[in-house]
Design a protein around this ligand. Sequence first.
Ligand code: NOJ
Ligand code: CA
Length: 694
Amino acid sequence: MKKYLLLALFGAFLLPSISFQQTLRTIKSPGNISTITVGLNKSGEIFYKISYRGKTAVNWSRLGLTTKGLDLSKGFRLRDATASKHDSSWKPVWGEVDNIRDNYTELEYGLENEAGHRMTLRFKAYDEGVGFRYELPEQPGLQTIQVTDELSEFQMTGDHTAWWIPGDFDSNEHVYSTSAISAIDCTPYNKEHAIFTQHIVKMKNVQTPIAMRAASGLHIALAEAGLADFGALHLETDTENLKFKAFLIPSPDSTIKSTNTLPFHSPWRAVLLSKDAAGILESKLILNLNEPSKIEDPSWIKPQKYVGIWWEMHVGKASWEYLDAEGKPNGRHGATTENTKRYIDFAAKYGFDGVLVEGWNVGWEGWFGQWKDEVFDFAKPYPDYDIDALSRYAREKGVRLIMHHETSSAVTSYERQMDEAYAFMKKHNMNTVKTGYVGKIIPRGEWHDGQWMNNHYLRVAERTAQNKIMVNMHEAVRPSGLHRTWPNWLACEAARGQEFNAWSAGNPPEHECILPFTRILGGPMDYTPGIFEVRMNSYNPEKTEVVHTTVAKQLALYVTLYSPLQMAADLPENYEKRLDVFQFIRDVPVDWSDTRVLNAEIGDYITLARREKGSEDWFLGSITDENPRSFSIKLDFLPAGKTYEATIYSDGKGAHWKDNPYPVDIVKRQVKRGDQFTINLAAGGGCAIAIKQQ
Ligand code: NOJ
Ligand code: CA
């Protein structure tokens, strides 16, 4: 690490006369692509600006914190500023690539106010964007702060097109809106979601990550990295001045956003920058801003594909609960010993690692929306679920049961039961748990995205890691790259997943073309793709819901929606009817050595090619929104001199998500580096290709 000193100490006596120019410090990213300039105005307020490829990307914007009884937003003088260069690489335990370069220029901008309180702003300039955070070192007379506001602003340079979801404190399961910044308005969402959430209190608040495209073609995503011990970062939109300002999800005392002990640092604020949409997908900025893994020996952590007793409840074929309203067995319970055996057999036969079983434990009768502390018991199966026999059976078949802990957001109850629940899992040879946080949080007054819950999710990641358990969290805060630090935290839902297609207006065809530019920037999503029977009236003639997709697109999602944990979400009987199509789901891996973005536009289409970890086989996924498209694909990512067999799964003749979602054409052909061919995607369609070395 090479360090160079930009500025020596300033004396306190300089403060009244210090000029903006004297405090200005600039760092450039290693390839001179991103530039950050920081400075103080005459009132000692902090401002920064970001340029990208010589043009302003974020114009002068305010920084600072306010805390109860202590204003850390003005009256500062520059104490010292140090810049340094860093260049290293690291290997993720699992991921989209097997090696990540961490190459940046850092600026430590040390401030002191008239009362002698010190705060440092740490900036990192990468070629692919910028990160910054607030740091308060240990200092006399200041042990604890109660943060009342974060003043960080992001002054945009135009009325960019933005892809956003509303700043709901309690849920990220929203449809994305596409609008100009000046048109951001959450009022329609508030009406739509009135039953679930009364919490979209600010009509112009949006969640991070938010993706934007400027008229110049510059692409920007505003995000957060390393969210710990703080409220999640949402943004207040100033629709007149085209500016965003940090909005931290509060604690139950709505005037306090978080309470922290010194030494303290905030999570990182990340500005991803790229000349095209593909660069946003390729960015490793959020991961690089996170801390290295805390798990010394990660050999027990395994990316996995799973099936489960899950979709049959969402489509209304079976129930989570065991008893009817009269307290008698309802005859529709999904998690029975027999049904679970059927899934274990299916998983073993077709090569899946795990079987998720929901509704296995007592408590599901009338569980929804109770806001009660004791709803579920995580060590007590229903009488028709013989967990001892099933864990033995699964072990014999070389499959693992995946545990389900729906907490119903009775989080204090879950914390009390955690040790016992994880011991129960270990006893039954289970090493993966899916947690869930449906409903309003207990402790009452806390929000899903607030400081207390963010600490809870991390406690779960840490406690499961201590028990060598992998975790998949539903209804948790959206990820911010913490899976680098806790690689046992395989995935989160934390967005509107497949389930919505079973019982609501569902996800529009463009949804999966937006997720990778927004929600998935922070970490993998348990989206649960792979639905072959896309019409819900096949289960119940009265149902009108459909998955807004063709079947070929469901295959492509395994490549385009990155996750080390992927479900084959449909029912075994639906797969057994189409084993030729199902073959792609069996073949597609969940861990990769390399990823190439062949084309992408936010909300329109994405085509990716990925190489399986430790193999020469490639998999290609291409998806589109509601518009049909044709792409010419050039196989220039394959190494020269090798021959491959490509199995191409494309939308069949006349396919359309609405009228004709089912046809899939399967064609095999010999291919090599440099070959070029056209793929045709139907409206709401996709194409998946397995390219295996011969
Ligand atoms: C919501 C989750 O997202 C879903 O996967 C689960 O089946 C239900 N909650 C019940 O826990
Ligand atoms: Ca959910």
